[in-house]
Design a protein around this ligand. Structure first.
Ligand SMILES: NC(=O)C1=CN([C@@H]2O[C@H](COP(=O)(O)OP(=O)(O)OC[C@H]3O[C@@H](n4cnc5c(N)ncnc54)[C@H](OP(=O)(O)O)[C@@H]3O)[C@@H](O)[C@H]2O)C=CC1
Ligand SMILES: O=C(O)[C@@H]1CCC=N1
Length: 247
């Protein structure tokens, strides 16, 4: 996730980017996109904004080593890691976000906690996509919808692609058509004032093809399966948070 954010910010421009990782191979992999790399966590003291992009179970150890100043901002993005846990372990001001991998292409969907959110961090999130401000209690469901969501969307794109292959398209053509169709549909939902139901209606020409396919979907449990996937990911986020309850 850290490298996706760095690549997105490099693409947006206007940031001096330092990647910090203990693993030189991880730094080699991101070297082309950033201004500096460092294996020394102390390099974080030089930054205005520090993003803690390690896994939740590693975060406590990294926080012990991070020695940030009062004027710095610390952005935590680990699933389940409470803002308060981080806040108690640093002098920096802390905001919790749930980003996603589309940061890399400037299309990230993110949620950020109202608490600790500054204009500098808003600007950074804006530079790589869209974000919403939420109460921290909603970070579990955000983790499921927009954090894990890209995997669910990849799965659905793949199913659409497979439908195209079954009908005779070659896999590359089917992938282009399926992925671009999801991209266009998403853009329409974001930009058009009509509701999703109205948009579906707009695609369904009278006695045409779409209504035949929609009838199959409306008669299926496809919507419930997606809702169950979101609920399962949300549940896991709550479980991850429990590890920090007594810490
Ligand atoms: N993947 C995703 O789509 C999303 C992930 N997240 C969150 O992002 C975080 C990272 O997840 P993800 O990117 O998938 O995991 P990765 O394992 O790909 O990234 C974690 C990175 O942290 C590095 N690291 C480990 N220990 C340290 C340390 N002590 N000091 C500095 N760097 C260290 C790892 O290095 P090494 O490889 O050497 O261990 C690795 O580069 C998680 O908290 C996750 O919840 C949030 C939203 C979306
Ligand atoms: O799977 C995970 O735990 C992380 C958090 C959201 C997306 N990836």
């Amino acid at each position: 996730m850290g490298s996706a954010l760095l690549r997105g910010l490099a693409r947006a421009g206007g940031y001096h980017l330092t990647a910090i990782d203990l693993d030189p191979e991880a730094l080699d992999a991101i070297e082309d996109a950033v201004d500096e790399t460092s294996e020394d966590v102390a390099a974080a003291r030089e930054a205005d904004i520090v993003v803690l992009a390690v896994k939740p179970d590693v975060a406590p150890a990294v926080l012990d080593e991070l020695d940030l100043r009062g004027g710095q901002q610390l952005v935590t993005l680990a699933a389940g890691l409470p803002r308060g846990f981080v806040d108690e372990r640093t002098d920096a001001s802390v905001v919790r976000i749930m980003p996603n991998l589309a940061a890399e292409t400037g299309n990230m969907a993110a949620a950020a906690t109202n608490a600790g959110l500054t204009d500098e961090v808003r600007e950074m999130l804006d530079a790589v996509g869209e974000f919403v401000e939420v109460d921290e209690s909603l970070m579990h469901v955000s983790t499921a919808v927009n954090g894990s969501g890209p995997a669910f969307a990849f799965y659905l794109i793949d199913a659409m692609k497979q439908g195209g292959i079954d009908g005779g398209l070659d896999p590359e053509q089917a992938e282009t058509l399926a992925a671009q169709t999801f991209k266009g549909a998403a853009e329409t939902v974001l930009r058009d004032d009509r509701s999703v139901d109205e948009l579906i209606d707009a695609v369904c020409s009278p006695n045409g093809t779409t209504i035949e396919g929609m009838d199959v979907l409306w008669d299926s449990d496809a919507d419930e399966a997606v809702e169950d996937a979101v609920a399962a990911a949300e549940r896991r986020s709550r479980e991850l948070a429990e590890a920090f309850d007594d810490a």
